[in-house]
Every structure is written in C-alpha cells, then in structure tokens.
Design a protein around this ligand. Sequence first.
Ligand SMILES: [Zn+2]
Length: 289
Amino acid sequence: MIHNIMDEENNLSTRNNISKEEVNIPPHNVSWLDKCPVCKSGKLLSVTKKKFFGLAKTNCFECNNCNAIFIQKDQRFQLTEVIDNSNPVWQLYGKQILTEREWKNIAYGGMSDARQKEADLEYWLTQLKEGKIQLQIADDSPIILKKGEELQLVLPGISLLEPRVVRMGGYGGPSIRVAKGIYFRVGGFRAESHEELKNIDQGTLTLTTKRLVFAGNKRTVNIDLRKIISIQPYSDAIAIRRSGKQKTEYFTGIDKIRISITVDNRTYDVRFSGLILKYQIEGLIKQRE
Ligand SMILES: [Zn+2]
C-alpha cells in the first residue's frame, strides 16, 4: 500500500473487527493445479508450448476437463484461454494474472485479492451506514463533550467553504448561485471549479455521537446530527445541508488521514473519504433511532 510520509503519522486504527459468514477455505495441503478454477472439476496438467520459434519455453497448464489454459508469468499465472467464453470465471478473471493462492481461492468459491478487497470494503461501508459498526478513531476531544456524548472522529486541517452571495443586477436581493462542476457520487472536490464558493475558515472537524463541530480560527459551526437534511460526499470533502441554515456548508480536506479496516481478519489500509464520513454520520443517526 502506498502512502506518503505525511499520512504515516496520521495512520489510525479502527477499533472494530467485523465478521461475515464463513466462506469455503481451500485446503492447505493441495496444489492449485488439483482443481481447475474455471470448471472446478478438472485438473491442470503441464503442457509445454514453444514460442518465438522455440527460443523460449513457456510454462503452460491446461485443464483436462474444460481445456482452460494458464500461462506462467514470473511467479503468477494468467488465464489466457477457455473454450466457453460465457463461463463466469472467464467473465471475471479472463486474461488476469493472479497468484497460485488467488487461483486456489477462486477454485474453492473465493475471489481474487482485488475483488475480495472491493467486496470487503463494500460490505464494511454498508455495515457502517446501517449503524452496525462504530468507527471510533480519536481519543482526545478538542471540544467539551456533553453528557452521554461520545467522541468518534477528529479531522484537523479542514477548510470551511460557503456559497458566495451574488447580487443580481437591478433587484438588489441576495441570491445564491448554484456551484458549477460539482462532482456527484464520490469524485474529488475541486476548489478551482467552485468560483462561487468562498473559503471561510480553517480548523478542526470533530464528529461525536450527537454533533459535527467545526472549530475554526474565526468561526465555530455546531451541527446537530438530527438537523442534517442531506450530505453530498466527495473523495476529499462533504457538503452538508441542514435545517435552520440556508447555505450549504462545504468541508474540504477530509482525506488527509488513513484508516485501517478489518473484515474477516483481512485488514486494509484505506484513505478516509467523504463517503466514509457520510456513512459514519448516517450510521450514528440510525443508532439513535
Ligand atoms: Zn477446467
């Protein structure tokens, strides 16, 4: 996992380890060649294919049942050919170069590491959103907690942005211009495309079981989680709409920490994001219902 030095010191651990139902674990004592990952019934047998007019030999394995072909690439194996292209394993892993361990996992009903990570993160996010897990990644609270309130998350180096009030010619009444180029879903929040947004302040964003608090140099924003109407997530920011406040509030720079996520004893180091924060807040609201 690549992460730079700045992130290193911010690498925090989550205090949770969630488990899914058991999956089939492949036996340790058998070779991956004993069970074809494609048809799951044949064996893979070594065949030697000469290429480049016999100058180089390639290690090749062919299934004695479905004729799937695997070619060795360094220490890994590429699924290069199958007879039936509609085979689901071919659909998912055709042309992919995976390790013996990964092919063995697939043969016994598991997944490649990349797909496993995707499935685990998706599962983890769903659990977080449903309020079934708590993501507590801070010990020291910069704000005074109220009775029954618990600290969840502290994010330093956050910018607060708000839409600029633009005076329209002739009428004099203030109107808010809608920001252009906003990325929906979980794209990055690009400040340069938000000319209509004004950088208000820099500070620390603290999430508790009841509130989201921005403590800046000039301004303090106290958001009761129950007052939140919607959260728009970005990879590095969130936009919050809440009752009692006309302007949308943008908090950017929330991707400066990394967290570790564990599902079924598999641990991943991931960058914190607007989507994680959104689901964390939704989970907290669900827990209070
Ligand atoms: Zn096969």
